[in-house]
Each structure stands twice: as C-alpha cells, then as structure tokens.
Design a protein around this ligand. Structure first.
Ligand code: UDP
Length: 316
C-alpha cells in the first residue's frame, strides 16, 4: 500500500515540485491549495493520474481528510514579499491558524509533519552566515513582520505540539529558492530580472544592489526536504539553501550575461523597508544529518529558469 501524504500549498512553486517528487516515489498525494497565489497550471499534469487528488480548500479552516494519513507537508503561504505585503492578514492566518490545523490533523492521524519555515526567521541578520542556533533580528511590527512572525509562530507551535503531544515534526528553514513555476509577476528578484531581460526592459535593482542573497535551485531543495522527512527524525529547525552568495547587482549582471541578445540595462530603485542586507545559509547541520548539499550550479539553474520563463512569455 502507498503511503498517503497531504501537501498544502500544492499548486505553488515549491509545493507543486513536492507533489511531483512524492508522486514519482509512489506516494498517494493529496494536494491542497486555496489558489490565492498558486496556479493549477503547476499541477495540471497530475490531474487524472491515480494516487493524486486535489482539494481546493483554505487550510486555515478545519481540515478533514478521511482515512489514513502518514505525512503532512505544510507549504501553504504567500512567500514573496510583494504577495505577503498585499495579503498581510492571510499570511498571518495561514502561518498561525493553518499551522494549528495541520498540527491537529497530524496528531489525530499519527502523521509526521514537515513545516516550511524560512530564512526570514533570521530577519535582517546580525550573524553571518546564519546557523540554526541564531535567534534572529526581526522587526515584529514592520511590513515584512507578517511573514517573519507567522513563520516564527509556526516553529513555536510545532515545537509545542512535539513537546506536549509527541507529534513527529520536521522544520525546514528555506533560503531563497528558484526555478521553473515561479510566477513571472510574483515580484521576487529572479522572475523580475529574467522577465525584464526577456522583454528588453531595464532590470530594477533595489537600493545600490550590494545586499546579498544565496539562491538554491528547486530540485536541490526538494531533495533536501525528501531526506529530512524520510531519512531523519530530527525535530529542530534545519537550514536548506545554497551557500553560494551573490550581491543583487552581480546577480542582475549574471542574468544579462546569459541573455546576450537582451537590450536591457540596469536601473536603481528604492530599497524596500526592512530588506535584509545579507543572507547566506550555514548548511553544516543538513550536511551532517542528511548527507545533503546543493548540486546544481547557479549558471545551470539560471539557464533552466530562463528557458521556462521564455516559454511562458512566448508560448509555442
Ligand atoms: N530585488 C531587486 N529588484 C527586484 C526585486 C527584488 O533588487 O526587482 C531585491 C530585493 O530588494 C532583495 C533581493 O532582491 O534585496 C531579493 O528579493 P526577493 O523579493 O526575491 O526576496 P527576499 O530575499 O527579499 O525575500
């Protein structure tokens, strides 16, 4: 018999890749999404297949899944700054109420639950690179606080269910991840830059572009999540991301170098409020626990992403 797994945020960028991976591994996948930021296009290839069902549902309400359930992946949430600034209350609700519902379901079913946390729990970090032991530097009432605090609450709630009810939990702190199925208009730096370069519009670097990020290709992330869920029983947070750090200005130049036919230039725009100045994961823990590290170099991941966005902009 296949193991049954519920994936919230199934129609989103990372959620849809997780649906694919667990389906390919022989799991019975139940995808759930309210489609507030996700898109059915991301999972339409799974419709009509055996071992896949989709529930159009908002996980902040009481969740009922009939029958056995072995695993839950809670990935529902707006995840780009533009989205969570547009939907601040929904972002807080899905991180808080949605997490509570998923933990209650995990407890009732005796399921193992993995929760999608984020490098945003470290805020604008004073420690660099960020280890799991760092408590973070978050502005709780700033505009980004809705996401950061929702995810911090998620971690606290998961630990409380683990300590109080013995629920089997995993917490992954996901650093910037990219690849096919990101929304072109989600406002994040990679779809913005690639979309702008393909349309010959200027690339909008916020601030002076000296702020750094570390970008992980989605297949590497999915492999890390798969291992964390199935190859470990470690309940505390684990960073997953690519330690290759780059300034946003250099990132813009890298993308332009991969698109020599583009006539785009670079323009500078104001830096958004509370934008972290640096971000790079320390992945020693994931290496040790899971034998995991990212494999796909940024140039290769960028080429695959460009191919995806090009097809989106110029359908055959
Ligand atoms: N950024 C940028 N131009 C854009 C979009 C984003 O310079 O068109 C910057 C943003 O200010 C941040 C970094 O790129 O410093 C990454 O932003 P993103 O929205 O992708 O995610 P974050 O890592 O901030 O959550």
């Amino acid at each position: 018999m296949s193991k049954r797994i519920l994936i919230t945020g199934a129609a989103g960028f990372i959620g849809s890749h997780l649906c694919d991976r667990f389906w390919q591994e022989g799991f019975e996948v139940i995808g759930m999404d309210n489609l507030s930021t996700g898109s059915l296009e991301n999972i339409e290839h799974l419709f009509g297949k055996d071992r896949f069902t989709f529930l159009h549902y908002d996980v902040t309400n009481f969740v009922h899944v009939p029958g056995e359930l072995h695993y839950i992946l809670h990935f529902a949430s707006p995840a780009s700054p533009v989205d969570y600034l547009r939907m601040p209350i929904q972002t807080l609700k899905v991180g808080a109420l949605g997490t509570h519902k998923c933990l209650g379901l995990a407890r009732a079913k005796g399921a193992t639950i993995l929760l999608a946390s984020t490098s945003e729990v470290y805020g604008d970090p004073l420690e660099h690179p960020q280890k799991e032991t760092y408590w973070g530097h978050v502005n709780p009432i700033g505009v980004r606080g809705v996401y950061d605090e929702a995810k911090r609450f998620m971690e606290a709630m998961a630990m409380a269910y683990h300590r109080t009810h013995g629920v089997s939990i995993r917490i992954v702190r996901i650093f910037n991840t990219y690849g096919p199925r990101m929304r072109l208009d989600d406002g994040r730096v990679l779809p913005n830059f690639i979309g702008q370069a393909l349309r010959n519009e200027p690339l909008t670097v916020y601030g002076d572009g000296s702020q750094t990020r570390s970008f992980c290709y989605v297949d590497d992330l999915v492999e890390g999540i798969f291992r964390l869920l199935l190859y470990s029983d470690y309940p505390l947070p684990v960073n997953l991301g690519n330690p290759g750090e780059v300034s946003i200005l250099d990132f813009a130049r890298e993308i332009l170098a991969l698109l020599p036919e583009s006539r785009s230039t670079i323009v500078f725009k104001p830096l958004p409020e509370d934008d972290p100045k640096v971000r790079r994961p320390d992945i020693s823990l994931a290496r040790e626990l899971l034998g995991w590290e990212p494999r796909i170099p940024r140039e290769e991941g960028l080429k695959r992403s460009i191919a995806y966005f090009r097809a989106k902009l110029q359908p055959a």
